[in-house]
Ligand binder design. Structure first.
Ligand code: ZN
Length: 222
């Protein structure tokens, strides 16, 4: 079943986790017998394999995005084709199935910068719109007004801070809107529950019953 590391700690129950490199880490109570530990790990085999698949998919090096005519880019889950033309009046426009880019240069990094700033603007607009409903939700629970911040994070879609700020990755605007709602719901849930315990998931299940599908779609997104 691959690499498995067993650590001992002063605790009553066994904790099994899969690390991003696929290693299984088991933290066992000081007195737990080896065979019992292995028995418990065996029972979690299916879960372990599933976790490994998720990490393997994340670790696959994706080809870099292209910024030339014909390249595809996602916005709110839909695919658009890039059409680059040369002009002085630089900018990006969405027209039908196309993202029309006017750039002074055909160089991919110039086009990439224009697309990135357009995506950031759309992210601000889309996220703010979806954020409005949460103001009332927080107010009803005596929580301070949630504040939105755009933050590029290499490995995360969002994060929540104690002061009420929810940071969202502008790249999230590439995802379908239900996935954006899931990430916001997840981060807003942290206003009530710090970790990912039972209470956290109970709340998340209420706020976003289909969160598992959303999470999978985000993980599979190109
Ligand atoms: Zn979280």
């Amino acid at each position: 079943m691959g690499e498995c590391v067993v650590k001992r700690a002063r605790r009553r129950t066994l904790a099994i986790s899969v690390l991003p490199d696929g290693t299984v880490e088991v933290v066992a109570p000081l007195g737990a017998a080896e065979d019992k530990i292995h028995e418990k790990v065996e029972k979690r085999t299916r879960w372990i394999l599933r976790q490994r698949r998720v990490f393997a998919a994340l670790n696959v090096k994706r080809p870099p995005r292209r910024y030339c005519t014909g390249a595809t880019h996602r916005y709110l889950g839909r695919q658009y084709r890039l059409k680059v033309s040369i002009g002085e009046d630089q900018g990006v426009k969405l027209r039908g199935a196309y993202l029309l880019v006017v750039s002074r240069s055909e160089a991919e990094d110039s086009v990439a910068a224009l697309v990135a700033s357009w995506m950031r603007e759309r992210a601000k607009e889309q996220f703010s719109k979806r954020f409005v409903a949460w103001r009332t939700w927080c107010e009803e629970r005596g929580l301070s007004e949630p504040r939105l911040r755009l933050l590029s994070m290499p490995k995360r879609w969002g994060s929540a801070h104690k002061n009420g700020t929810v940071a969202l990755n502008p790249q999230l605007v590439r995802a379908p809107s239900i996935c954006i709602d899931y990430v916001i719901a997840h981060e807003i849930c942290h206003r009530l529950h710090a970790g990912h315990g039972r209470g956290f998931y109970a709340e998340l299940n209420c706020l976003c019953p289909n969160w598992r599908q959303c999470k999978q779609r985000l993980e599979a997104m190109d």
